[in-house]
Design a protein around this ligand. Structure first.
Ligand code: NMX
Ligand code: MLT
Length: 388
C-alpha cells in the first residue's frame, strides 16, 4: 500500500461519534479484533494470561517476550527504580478520605512526577511502573485509615508481592490474592491504541507534557463509569442484585434498562463477541471460587443479560466485557469495597499507556514522534458575525 491510498472515507455521519472506527495512527503494542479481542504484540491475550506481569511489561516495551536471562535482568532493573519517596505518603495523609480512589491515584502519580521527572520518556515510564505497587499499597492503607506501621517495601520482590506486602491485610489468602492480581494485571495492561484512557494519555504526551502528567490524565479518563469504572459499578450491581436466580437477575437487568441506566459489564465499542478477558476471568473463577455468591450472580448475568440486551437492535454488542468478572474475583480475595477496583485497572494500564507513549514520542515518523494532536472540528451553528 502506498502512503496515498485511501483507507477510510469520512462521511458527515461519522461526525460526533467519538472518532468511532476512524483510523488515526498505528500501534506497536497491541491490536483488538471484534471477535478475538486484544492481542499483545501479536499474541492472543488468553495465551499470555498466566505470565508474570513483569514479563508482559517487558513484552509491551520490547515487542518480544523475554528470555529467562532477560526476564531476570528486567526484574533487577525495575527493582533499582522502585523506591517511593516518603513524601508520597505525606501527601496521601492530606487528601480527603472520602475522595474517590481514582482521584487519589491521579494525585499519587502527579506527586511521583513532581518529586522525580527525568524528562526521558523511557526512564520516566519505567520508573512509574516500578513505583506503582508501593504507591498503590500506600493509597489503599492511608485512605482506609491504616497509615501507621506500614511494612518496609521489598524492592527485590515481584510487583504484585510488593503491593500485597505493603497492604498487609489480616485474614486473607495472600497466595490466592497474588495469583488473581497477577492475572488481573496482565489482562488489563493494554487494549489497542484507541481506548479512551490510552488515547487521552498519548494526546496529553503529544504536547510534550511529562509521562507523569500524561498518565495522570489517562487515569482521569479511565475513571468514568462507561470506561474503567464500569468494574466498580458492575460489582455494586451484583451486590444490589443479591441473588443468582435467573428470573430475578433478568428482572433487574430489565429494570436498569427501563430506568435508562447502562448494564455495566456488557457492550463494547469494538468487540462484537464476549471479551476474551472476561472469558479468562470466568474460567479463573470457575477454578478458584465457583461457589462464591457474587461469582454465582455474574455467572447468571453472563447468561441472562446478552439475551435481554440483544432485544435492542441499536446495542452493537450485547456480550460480556472485561469488567463483568473482575469485581467478583477481587471481592472474593478480600477487596470488599468496589470503589477501589478501577485503581487496579489503572495500575495495569500504566504499562500499556507508558509503552504506547514511548512509541509515539520516540519511534513513530522515523523517530521524530507523532506531532501534537489536533483533529478537525467543523463549525456548527456559528455563522460569521461582527459586533455592530
Ligand atoms: N447497557 C445499556 N445500553 C447500552 C449498553 C449497555 N451495556 N451498551 C450499549 N448501549 C447503548 C448505548 O448507550 C447506545 O445508546 P444511545 O444510542 O442511546 O447513545 C447504544 O446502545 C449503541 O451503543 P453501542 O454502539 O453498542 O456502544 P458504544 O460504542 O456507544 O458504547 C460502551 C460502548 C462500552 C460505552 C457501552 O456498551 C456501555 O455503556 N456499556 C456499559 C458500561 C460498561 O460496561 N463499560 C465498560 C467498557 C469496557 N471498559 O472497561 O472500558
Ligand atoms: C479497554 O480495555 O480499554 C476497554 O475495553 C475499552 C476500549 O477498548 O475501548
Amino acid at each position: 500500500m502506498t502512503g496515498d491510498e485511501p483507507m477510510f472515507t469520512v462521511n458527515r455521519s461519522h461526525l460526533n461519534t467519538g472518532l468511532r472506527g476512524i483510523p488515526v495512527g498505528t500501534c506497536r503494542t497491541s491490536f483488538v479484533t471484534p471477535t478475538e479481542g486484544v492481542h499483545y504484540c501479536g499474541y492472543p491475550i488468553a495465551e499470555l494470561a498466566h505470565f508474570a506481569p513483569e514479563d508482559i511489561v517487558y513484552l509491551l516495551f520490547n515487542k518480544e517476550l523475554p528470555t529467562p536471562a532477560q526476564a531476570e535482568a528486567f526484574r533487577a532493573d525495575l527493582a533499582s527504580r522502585g523506591a517511593v519517596p516518603n513524601s508520597v505518603a505525606a501527601v496521601f495523609h492530606t487528601l480527603p478520605r472520602d475522595g474517590h480512589p481514582m482521584d487519589w491515584l491521579s494525585v499519587g502519580i502527579h506527586t511521583l512526577g513532581m518529586l522525580d521527572t527525568t524528562g526521558d520518556w523511557q526512564e520516566d515510564a519505567l520508573n512509574l511502573i516500578a513505583r506503582m505497587p508501593r504507591m498503590m499499597g500506600l493509597l489503599f492503607r492511608i485512605r482506609d485509615g491504616r497509615g501507621e506501621n506500614i511494612p518496609e517495601d521489598d524492592l527485590s520482590a515481584s510487583m504484585v508481592h510488593r503491593f500485597v506486602r505493603t497492604l498487609d491485610l489480616d485474614g486473607v489468602d495472600q497466595d490466592l490474592m497474588e495469583r488473581i492480581l497477577a492475572t488481573y494485571l496482565v489482562l488489563h495492561m493494554d487494549h489497542g491504541g484507541g481506548n479512551l484512557s490510552t488515547f487521552t494519555g498519548k494526546a496529553v504526551a503529544s504536547g510534550h507534557a511529562t509521562v507523569y502528567a500524561s498518565i495522570a490524565g489517562a487515569m482521569n479518563a479511565l475513571s468514568g463509569p462507561l470506561h474503567g469504572r464500569a468494574n466498580q459499578s458492575c460489582l455494586e450491581f451484583v451486590l444490589r442484585i443479591g441473588t443468582s436466580d435467573p428470573d430475578e437477575v433478568e428482572a433487574f437487568v430489565r429494570g436498569e434498562l427501563a430506568a435508562k441506566r447502562p448494564v455495566f459489564g456488557f457492550g463494547h465499542a469494538v468487540l462484537r463477541a464476549e471479551d476474551p478477558r472476561a472469558t479468562v476471568q470466568f474460567a479463573l473463577g470457575e477454578e478458584l471460587c465457583p461457589d462464591d455468591e457474587n461469582f454465582k450472580i455474574i455467572r447468571t448475568l453472563r447468561e441472562v443479560a446478552p439475551r435481554v440486551l440483544s432485544e435492542n437492535p441499536k446495542i452493537s454488542n450485547p456480550n460480556a466485557n472485561v469488567d463483568i468478572a473482575s469485581g467478583a474475583l477481587l471481592h472474593h480475595i478480600g477487596f470488599t469495597d468496589p470503589t477501589y477496583y478501577t485503581t487496579f485497572f489503572g495500575w495495569a494500564r500504566v504499562a500499556g499507556i507508558g509503552a504506547q507513549i514511548l512509541d509515539e514520542r520516540t519511534v513513530m515518523r522515523g523517530g521524530k514522534g507523532t506531532p501534537i494532536y489536533r483533529p478537525k472540528y467543523i463549525a456548527e451553528e456559528q455563522s460569521l458575525r461582527h459586533l455592530d
